[in-house]
Design a protein around this ligand. Sequence first.
Ligand SMILES: Cc1cc2nc3c(=O)[nH]c(=O)nc-3n(C[C@H](O)[C@H](O)[C@H](O)COP(=O)(O)OP(=O)(O)OC[C@H]3O[C@@H](n4cnc5c(N)ncnc54)[C@H](O)[C@@H]3O)c2cc1C
Length: 309
Amino acid sequence: MIVVDPSYEIQDDLDKGSLVTRLEACGRICYKSEEKITEGSALPFVKKIAEHGHNSVMEMAVVTLRLHCSSQQVTDFLGCQPKYFIIDLVENGLLVTGSIRAFRELYLSFPETVLVQAMVDFLGASHSYLLEGVWQSVDRNGVSSIAVEKMTLDQVEQLAPYLLLRHRFLSVKFIVNRAVTHEIVRHRPCSFLQESQRYCRYNQDKFGNQVTFIRPMFFAPDSAEYTLWKQAMELTEDLYLQLLETSTPQAARTVLPNSCKTEIIVYCNLAEWKHIFRLRTSPAAEPSMREVMIPLEAEIKKRYPELFH
Ligand SMILES: Cc1cc2nc3c(=O)[nH]c(=O)nc-3n(C[C@H](O)[C@H](O)[C@H](O)COP(=O)(O)OP(=O)(O)OC[C@H]3O[C@@H](n4cnc5c(N)ncnc54)[C@H](O)[C@@H]3O)c2cc1C
């Protein structure tokens, strides 16, 4: 068995890449198949994922659009009650942030709404592969009265504080135990992707042929309690590996405990991070949760001192 400390990483690198490379990098956490990432692997991976309906992967990239449109077009759009979008009225139009999934599903539900058409046509012109099965290039009979611009991340970072808080999405990868992830996933506005004990078979070479556990912060390493915890993990690992000889990972995992190491990506806007920190760094929160959330909050506070104080 392997024992590791919990950790987290703000995924700045993914912000620099394309949408599709971001989706692949996040999606592969479920299978722990990051070693399969090559120059040409992103597109086929994402297409397959979309076909299979593994929809949460398509939530892992958001796009912010600036729309110049009329107030009637805004009213028609808001009449659709768009779900899972961040929408703000700005001068002469709207600021809209949504994930690829949100845009796909909006178009499926409201293909006749001109503002929806304008946004999805705009995305489709450069990223048609992300809208496959949902959208096709259409001749709309003339020039649209709606101007659409994609905001770069740098432009989003320059927004006024209220808009920055709402439109800046930040993803963080945590390596923590499964008790912590069980609590994190209660934060409903977030998107999540997590290492799957159904797909990962921990007797494989890439996992070191063993189960990895998170060091419990509750017990000092030389304490009697730590020795008991370690015995329990050794026993459970032994049973899991025996079960794998005749059973699938999803069956064998039924003996795995909360202490199992897992990886999870949490993706949400800064407003939701603020809410999470308020709940998960307080003395009432679970100590293993505070172990990662307190330093993460400090790091994000340094980046956005005017928003997190
Ligand atoms: C110390 C502590 C102890 C806890 N103990 C337990 C426990 O014993 N058992 C248990 O089941 N859970 C427990 N929880 C989980 C807790 O009840 C919340 O589910 C979790 O913290 C998610 O936070 P949230 O609901 O405020 O907001 P999020 O899900 O993060 O949502 C953010 C905001 O969106 C809005 N929102 C999202 N969805 C809805 C909705 N459907 N309706 C209305 N508003 C919505 C709210 O304004 C909310 O503030 C505990 C949490 C903490 C911090």
